[in-house]
Design a binder for this molecule. Structure first.
Ligand SMILES: [Zn+2]
Length: 312
C-alpha cells in the first residue's frame, strides 16, 4: 500500500519558509542552476518525440534566466537535495504567447504536450513535478480576479498565494484542490465497474465523484455508489487505499475499497452507461482483444483494481 501513485512522489522539499523571502526568491530566479518547468495553457514542455519515449525539457542556464523574464507567472516549486547544493525548481507560465516555442527559441527541440498523454511514460519524479507545475498554473489562470469583490489579484509568496489588490478587500486566495472519492466496490469475489458515455471502446472503470460540502469521505463514497449504481454500501465496509493528485484540472483523488453485499445494479443518472459485477477470474484473464478493458496504468482506478486482485 506504500507504492506512490503516478503524479505523486516528486520528492521536492517545498520549502515553505522560502516562499515569503523575497531575497531568496530573487536569488533563485537569477541562478543559472535553477531548473525551470515551462507550462503553456495546461501543457508541459517535453523533448521533441524520440524513439526512447518522452523526456522532460528542463530549462536552465543563462538562456533560461532570460526566458523566465518572458513568463507571465513564476512559481517556486521547491528544492531538490543534492550532495553539495540544493537545486531549485520554478514553474513558468507562457500561456500569453501565441507561439511559445518560437518565443523560447525551442522550435524543433521541444514541444508542449498534454501530461495525460505522456505522464505515465515519464519517470515518477518527473511526472509528479510536471503535475505540480500544471496544477498551480491552472489555479493562477483561474484566480486573476478576486472572488469576493471582483478586483484583480496578484501573486505573492513565490506563487503560492494571490492577494486582492483592492485595499478595502485584500482577500487572500490560496491554491485549491478539489477532493474526489474513487472506489472499487466489491463483495470479496467480484467487483463493480462502470462505463461512462464517450469512453474508448470497452473501457470500464471504478465509480468516482466529487466530495460535497458537509460530507465525510465515507459518506461521499456511499452516496456516489448509490447515485451511480443503485447499490447500498455500508459505511463500516469502506477502507482507504491511497490517493493521487489529479491536476486535470484540480482534483485530489482519494481511493477506497468498499465492501458491499452483491445486489443487482441500476444505473439511475446519465453519468453511467452501464455498471456490472465482474469476477476476479474474469479480470485476471482478460485478453488483448477482449471487449472489456481496464483503466490506464497511470490512474488510481487501475491501482485500486490491481490491489484488490492481488488480495484474492
Ligand atoms: Zn477583493
Amino acid at each position: 500500500m506504500t507504492r506512490p501513485n503516478v503524479y505523486s512522489g516528486a520528492g521536492l522539499d517545498r520549502a515553505d519558509h522560502l516562499r515569503g523571502d523575497e531575497g531568496a526568491m530573487g536569488r533563485i530566479l537569477r541562478d543559472p542552476a535553477t531548473r525551470f518547468v515551462a507550462v503553456w495553457r495546461s501543457q508541459n514542455l517535453v523533448a521533441a518525440s524520440s524513439a526512447e519515449g518522452p523526456t522532460v525539457s528542463w530549462l536552465s542556464g543563462e538562456n533560461a534566466l532570460a526566458m523566465a523574464q518572458r513568463a507571465s507567472e513564476q512559481v517556486f516549486l521547491g528544492l531538490e537535495a543534492a550532495q553539495s547544493a540544493a537545486t531549485a525548481y520554478v514553474a513558468l507560465d507562457f500561456s500569453e504567447h501565441e507561439m511559445p516555442l518560437e518565443a523560447l527559441a525551442l522550435d524543433g527541440l521541444s514541444e508542449f504536450r498534454d501530461l495525460r498523454e505522456v505522464g505515465a511514460l515519464l519517470p515518477q519524479r518527473d511526472g509528479s513535478i510536471l503535475a505540480y507545475a500544471r496544477g498551480l498554473m491552472h489555479w493562477h489562470r483561474h484566480h486573476r480576479f478576486c472572488g469576493r469583490c471582483g478586483a484583480p489579484t496578484e501573486s505573492r509568496k513565490g506563487g503560492h498565494l494571490r492577494v486582492c489588490t483592492r485595499p478595502s478587500c485584500g482577500h487572500q486566495h490560496f491554491p485549491r484542490t478539489d477532493p474526489a472519492v474513487i472506489m472499487l466496490v466489491h463483495d470479496g469475489e467480484a467487483c463493480v465497474l462502470g462505463r461512462r458515455p464517450g469512453w474508448p471502446p470497452g473501457l470500464h472503470s471504478t465509480l468516482a465523484g466529487f466530495v460535497e460540502p458537509g460530507e465525510s469521505l465515507e459518506e461521499a463514497v456511499a452516496r456516489e455508489v448509490l447515485e451511480e449504481a443503485g447499490l447500498q454500501v455500508p459505511l463500516a465496509g469502506i477502507r482507504y487505499n491511497s490517493s493521487q493528485p489529479w491536476p486535470f484540472p484540480a482534483s485530489l483523488m482519494l481511493g477506497f475499497h468498499a465492501r458491499a453485499e452483491r445486489a443487482p445494479l441500476t444505473v439511475y443518472d446519465e453519468e453511467l452507461e452501464s455498471a456490472n459485477w465482474y469476477s476476479r477470474d474474469t479480470l485476471l484473464n482478460l485478453g488483448e482483444d477482449d471487449e472489456l478493458r481496464l483503466p490506464r496504468g497511470d490512474s488510481i482506478a487501475r491501482r485500486l483494481i490491481e490491489d484488490w486482485l492481488a488480495e484474492g
